[in-house]
Ligand binder design. Structure first.
Ligand code: FES
Length: 144
């Protein structure tokens, strides 16, 4: 093998590695995109979230309340209704990580879609869903 061919192969491999690396970083950044959090306090068994807490291009608000064992995600559905889920894995109760497109369990890899349904096992049950009402631009989650 002459030097020119070796150099060509080396440069081609570098280019391929760069393309693969950029693709991996781009796909992982979607999952790391900043999420929208809203601090509130559980009162009379309810969590209240103003619709204005949903920023443009975001379909989810994560409720922060120190009294809750697990965070609660309020998700705007495709039909413009809202659903609220406890971010607790139904496999072995690990806290879930919210991304823009799913809820992920870091313990054994279960994933759930934004309607609370299991996508990836070992979890077999969908996420716990709380009743939600909407009135005067205020979302009320019945936490039970
Ligand atoms: S605790 Fe979540 S997959 Fe096992």
């Amino acid at each position: 093998m002459n030097t020119d061919r070796r150099e060509f192969l080396r440069e081609t491999c570098k280019l391929c590695a760069s393309i693969v690396g950029i693709s991996l970083v781009a796909s992982s950044l979607e999952g790391c995109a900043p999420l929208n959090y809203y601090s509130t306090t559980l009162s009379n068994g309810e969590l209240k979230v103003p619709i204005s807490s949903f920023v443009p291009d975001s379909n989810m608000v994560i409720i922060k309340d120190k009294s809750l064992e697990y965070q609660v995600a309020v998700v705007k559905q495709k039909d413009n209704t809202f659903k609220a889920f406890e971010l607790k894995c139904t496999h072995q109760d690990n806290s879930l990580i919210a991304t823009k497109s799913s809820f992920v369990c870091g313990l054994h890899g279960s994933t759930f879609d934004l309607s609370g349904k299991v996508i990836t096992t070992p979890a077999s049950k969908n996420l716990k869903e709380f009743p939600v009402t909407l009135s005067n631009d205020l979302i009320t989650v019945k936490y039970n």
